[in-house]
Design a protein around this ligand. Structure first.
Ligand code: IVH
Length: 668
């Protein structure tokens, strides 16, 4: 087969397997085989740039190039639906439809209302041409490049199916709970603000200017409407089923019914069942099923007359507000927290709810003893959503946001552009000091076992520690009782503190608690600069060169090192024996790898890929990029690519582990 034909064939197969995996959830081949085909296609496409196609399966990874969205006018305006919240409204809708159709029989298609962002996608001759957001309903943003990265959306329809030559589909882009949880966990690690719910996360992601970001975030999409000339059927339900056959993800929950009772049944069933779905739904959509009848009913200025949304009640409880307390975190940020009479909400007892910041708290005008509504909708953390003012039994003063730190009395400040209020006394405000030490000892930082928040609290209160460096001066005699009790645990604590001085640089850097420098950024900085000295002296431009470092992080790093107190702390930590640097590579050169062609694959523990390339050269070997029968061996880290592994096996090329390689060159 010619390579050009091979490219087309691979694309077709990959589109099919993609559909099996992401839409049907029933893969026909292993992930390994899939990756192998993808790599092969990538290789061929690199070789034949003239064959570039934006809808090739290889393009799902997106691009780092920033894009500005073009405004595009919708061919069919994107209407929104009228919302209802109770059964009477549903009955009114049903009757209005019946009257509008002059008593003719009709069916209602009941569907889930997915809680994401609506999208309109145009296909021509089976190829995805353009995807546009709702915008103002008349025109929206062209987000085609971002949409292409969503694996469950077909880029090219299966040639063996008979689809319409030109059509437009409407659907909802969503972030499944699984992707949402993962994303927020990563953001927490990087100390970035969390997304409140999957809808916000999906919306933030789809509007990202960098489609590579979209590709990583695991969005999904369900389709629920088809526009086009000569539709396959007059039944909306059948048309959507057709969309399913053409390769789109559609919901299993659709149901056609005739009576009001059946509608109520559908609502009740999904109100209870929706919590088991992998994505968020906030209600039910009811549509007149016949497309002809839909046209007959037409629309009002804003909404179609043939459809309506029934919104589920968010789980909500009403309880008494006892107090508002103010918590000070490690960074000095002050968070108001409502303390309430315990109340049962969505299966858990709730007694505290964050009020986030001064603006949000003040918007409720809270009074002591107020009855407040608490909700757990898409949100994970319970939120106060309102006050039942009719139950307020006295008109006392509104509970004010504090103006001084509840812990140290320092007047609070608010930095421009930040919603939070801060206690600026980071030097001696107790929760900030304790918070920093707790961060320092945590697992991802210095990982000092046997110490925890309680012991830190105790040592701090006993004046034994004032910063993290003081930990290294702790003596066994100070930590055990005067009578020698707790001797064993005191010894273990001191031992584990001493042991921590050998913590690798990326972790000791993370342990310093520089604002916005999470685990991942710390690793990138450590790798790039190799020593704390180099990092301290880096200019803004140099910092910005590091992967994942933008202005906010770079400026925070510079601010940290400008502060004399931080430099003093680092001095004390170095005195205690912490070496803030990556291990130097052995300088010695040898002929150990003379005449050897070596392929590098996978992820490594001791050195970066670049360093291994350098090491190979220094020891007279040659680094080559692809495996052939001439390859001497493969230096393999973890997660070596499956296609490489298979190729190595079939050619009988030896695989050498990282540790064995280091032994070969005399570096252990
Ligand atoms: S039908 C004219 N069906 O809800 C038909 N919409 O306010 C318009 N939505 O903008 C949409 N699930 O983003 C339809 N099964 C579903 C839906 C759905 C979610 C969203 C959509 C729309 C909004 C209605």
């Amino acid at each position: 087969m010619e390579e050009n034909e091979k490219i087309l064939a691979l694309r077709e197969q990959l589109h099919k397997h993609n559909y099996q995996y992401y839409v049907l959830n029933t893969p026909l081949i292993s992930d390994q085989e899939f990756d192998q085909m993808m790599h092969e296609l990538q290789r061929l496409e690199e070789k034949h740039p003239e064959m570039f196609d934006p809808n090739s399966p290889t393009q799902r990874v997106g691009s780092d190039l920033s894009q500005d969205f073009q405004q595009v006018r919708h061919k069919y305006p994107m209407l929104s639906l009228a919302n209802t919240y109770n059964r009477d409204d549903v009955r009114d809708f049903y009757q209005r439809v019946s009257e509008g159709l002059h008593g003719a029989p009709f069916e209602i298609c009941c569907e889930l209302k997915f809680d994401g962002l609506s999208i309109s996608i145009t296909y021509e001759n089976g190829v995805l041409m353009r995807a546009v957001t709702r915008g103002d309903g008349v025109q929206g943003d062209d987000v085609t490049n971002n949409i292409r990265t969503i694996r469950s959306i077909p880029l090219q329809l299966d040639a063996n199916k008979t689809w319409l030559p030109n059509f437009e589909v409407r659907g909802e882009v969503l972030m499944p709970w699984k992707s949402f949880d993962r994303l927020n966990k990563e953001r927490e690690m990087r100390e970035e603000p969390l997304f409140a719910n999957p809808r916000n996360a999906a919306s933030g992601t789809l509007k990202s200017k960098n489609s590579a970001v979209v590709a990583e975030r695991g969005l999904d999409a369900y389709f629920y409407y088809l526009y086009g000339e000569s539709l396959p059927s007059d039944s909306h339900y059948d048309n959507i089923k057709k969309l399913g056959e053409w390769g789109f993800k559609i919901s299993d929950a659709m149901k056609c019914v005739q009576t009001l009772d059946e509608i109520y049944e559908f609502i009740d069933y999904w109100d209870a069942e929706r919590s088991h779905l992998p994505v968020t739904t906030d209600g039910i959509v009811l549509k007149v099923n016949s497309v002809k009848q839909q046209q007959e009913l037409g629309m009002t200025a804003k909404n179609p007359r043939w459809a309506i949304a029934y919104k589920f009640q968010a789980e909500r409880a009403c309880t008494r507000l006892n107090n508002v307390v103010f918590q000070v975190g490690r960074t000095g940020a002050v968070t108001p927290v409502a303390e309430m009479e315990p109340v049962l909400l969505a299966g858990t007892v709730v007694k505290r709810a964050s009020l986030h910041n001064a603006d949000i708290m003040n918007s409720f005008q809270l009074h002591y003893g107020d009855y407040v509504y608490v909700e757990k909708a898409g949100e994970i953390i319970p939120q106060i959503v309102g006050v039942d003012e009719s139950r307020r039994n006295y008109e006392g003063q509104v509970i004010p946001f504090i103006s001084v730190c509840p812990e140290c009395g320092t007047p609070l400040v608010r930095y421009e552009g930040e919603a939070a209020s801060f206690c600026p006394n980071d030097n001696s405000c107790p929760p900030q000091i304790k918070g920093r030490i707790e961060h320092f000892i945590s697992r991802d930082a210095m990982n000092i076992e046997f110490l925890g928040p309680e012991t830190i609290e105790e040592y701090f209160n006993r004046n034994l520690i004032h910063d993290s460096a003081d930990l290294y001066n702790l003596q066994v005699s100070q930590l055990c009782g005067a009578d020698g009790s707790k001797l064993k645990s005191a010894r273990k604590i001191v031992e584990s503190i001493q042991k921590s001085v050998t913590t690798p640089f990326d972790k000791s850097l993370y342990a310093l608690g520089i604002r916005f420098v999470g685990k991942v950024v710390a690793k990138a900085l450590a790798k790039h600069f190799r020593t704390l000295d180099a990092l301290q002296n880096a200019s803004l431009e140099e910092l910005l060169e590091v992967d994942g470092v933008g202005n906010v992080i770079a400026e925070s790093v510079m601010r940290f090192f400008r502060d004399d107190r931080n430099r003093m702390l680092i001095g004390k930590l170095e005195m205690a024996g912490i070496d803030f640097s990556m291990p130097e590579m052995a300088e010695s050169a040898s002929d150990a790898l003379s005449g050897k062609s070596i392929v590098i694959s996978g992820v490594f523990k001791h050195h970066s890929r670049e360093e291994y390339k350098e090491l190979i050269e220094r020891h007279s070997g040659k680094n080559v990029s692809s495996i052939s029968s001439k390859t001497s061996f493969i230096l393999a880290g973890e997660n070596m690519g499956p296609s490489k592994l298979q190729k190595a096996q079939s050619l009988g090329v030896t695989i050498v582990t990282e540790d064995d390689f280091l032994k070969m060159i005399g570096e252990e």
